[in-house]
Design a protein around this ligand. Structure first.
Ligand SMILES: *Cc1c(COP(=O)(O)O)cnc(C)c1O
Length: 450
């Protein structure tokens, strides 16, 4: 079987292999890469999950997607680095679970994608003279995860742009205290200004001699490994279910996944897992007031508004890049999307109320993003016409540890959070960054530091 290739979604660029798609980030026609084929795993594989280790599962799922670009032994090494922490499913009330994705080094779910991508670039650069520069704009969590994932990776330099005064102190420390091959640029401006500068750099002919790539979820190496969360959650779920010895395999209800969504990379990876065979009853895309997708599913009219700041700020995105991939996974059929995916939006007031209710009823502490996921799950279970009546088990994704949104969580719940070791480790570091306020200064930086 010829190995899976990557095609550009606008179809204006030639197909390429995984390696080239990763090194480029975006296709030359500026659109996103997408696999030419979705690998299928057998029902036996899905049944046998509880007996397989996370790395074995990762190998089976990812090997066909990277075939021809990564040797199996290299992929195995990358996966064991990437999956080196827990992804527990914590009960929060009846038939409701929080899938905690924040036990990695930076305590946000982006650790897995960032670490996987770093492993790929490390493998692709081995023995090469030329350096690759990873250029990334961050509104907070991406930068920290990318910095940590790429720290010390040979042949790769990371340049992170973040908006001055718009990221939390913890987030800034995660970006600026690591040193080595990680450079932080503090931009006088907002996240959009950072993102704009990054885009300009990619199009700048004066920089065309540099190997620049991006590390946000437009990159297939950051986006696709996130499918493992859903599969590992399902494995845990099967384990819980067989321990409780209720019923047989046949009666096992398929879970509903509710995903707090911004750029829609995470939920898109979940849908990819489903298209590879993972049993899922329904997906819920939960957003804050940046509600382009909920409005689109309701009206069929895709009309982004201006981005609004919220307390779940990692999801302050009004034109999610990965929506085109979701559309592609359903072959552009809006009716098919609506049958499998619902979307709901929530205000900050609703989010705070949910954090308080969950804490009062169960003692569980949600961060604002997880709380939006929780709300999405409750809304879907109540929605008429979806027929997701209990006991359909609901799983909401907890995408960040509450400490990452410490002031908001402490104020809303009237508590003091303990500082986990991953965070106290960066609190003592010295912040190091360069300040820039124009694209010209970014270009200058890239030309002199390369
Ligand atoms: C990035 C992020 C999200 C949104 O994920 P997408 O893949 O962009 O939809 C949600 N929560 C947290 C904490 C994040 O860092």
């Amino acid at each position: 079987m010829p190995s899976i290739q990557y095609r550009s979604l606008s179809g204006q660029s030639p197909q390429t292999d995984f390696r080239t798609a990763v090194l480029r980030g975006l296709a030359p026609d500026r659109s996103l890469y997408f696999p030419t084929e979705i690998p299928q795993l057998s029902t036996d594989f899905w049944r046998a999950l509880p007996e397989l280790s996370p790395v074995e599962i990762g190998l089976q799922l990812m090997a066909p997607l990277v075939a021809g670009s990564l040797e199996k032994s290299v992929l195995q090494q990358i996966l064991s680095d990437t999956l080196s922490f827990e992804f527990p499913l914590v009960p929060v009330g009846e038939h409701c679970y929080s899938l905690e994705l924040f036990h990695g080094p930076t305590m946000a779910f982006k650790d897995v994608g960032a670490r996987f991508m770093a492993g790929c670039l490390e493998a692709f650069n081995r023995g090469k003279q030329k350096k690759t520069t990873v250029l990334v704009a961050t509104s907070g969590d991406t930068g920290g995860a990318v910095a940590r994932g790429f720290l010390g990776v040979e042949g790769v330099e990371v340049v992170i742009l973040y908006p001055r005064d718009k990221v939390s102190d913890i987030q800034e420390r995660q970006l600026t205290t690591l040193g080595q091959n990680i450079k932080a640029l503090r931009v006088e401006g907002d996240f959009d200004a950072c993102q704009h500068m990054v885009k300009e750099a990619f199009l700048d002919p004066e920089l065309s001699h540099l190997t620049l790539t991006s590390a946000n979820s437009i990159n297939v190496a950051r986006w696709m490994p996130q499918l493992l969360y859903y599969v590992l959650a399902y494995r845990t779920y099967l384990g819980l279910y067989s321990n409780s010895k209720v019923g047989s395999d046949r009666e096992l209800p398929e879970p509903v996944f509710s995903v707090p969504s911004g750029n829609f990379g995470n939920i898109c990876a979940g849908i990819l897992a489903h298209k590879m065979g993972l049993p899922v009853a329904h997906f819920v895309a939960a957003t804050n007031r940046n509600d382009t997708v909920p409005r689109y599913l309701a009206t069929g009219n895709y009309a982004p508004h201006k981005t609004q700041p919220t307390i779940s700020n990692a999801m302050d995105v009004s034109d999610p890049s990965n929506w085109v991939r979701i559309n592609e996974l359903f072959k552009g059929d809006l009716k098919a999307i609506r049958e499998k995916v619902s979307a709901f939006q929530f205000t900050d007031a609703q989010t705070r109320q949910a954090m308080q209710e969950v804490a009062r009823a169960t003692g569980y502490i949600c961060d604002p993003h997880g709380a939006v996921g929780y709300l999405g799950l409750q809304a879907a279970l109540k929605a008429k016409g979806l027929a997701l009546t209990a006991p359909a088990p609901g799983i909401f994704l907890e995408t960040a540890h509450p400490i990452k949104f410490r002031p908001e969580v402490e104020k809303t719940l009237g508590i003091t959070l303990e500082i986990p070791p991953q965070i106290s480790a960066v609190m003592s570091g010295e912040k190091a960054f360069s300040g820039i306020d124009s694209y010209g200064q970014l270009r200058e930086f890239l030309l002199t530091s390369s």
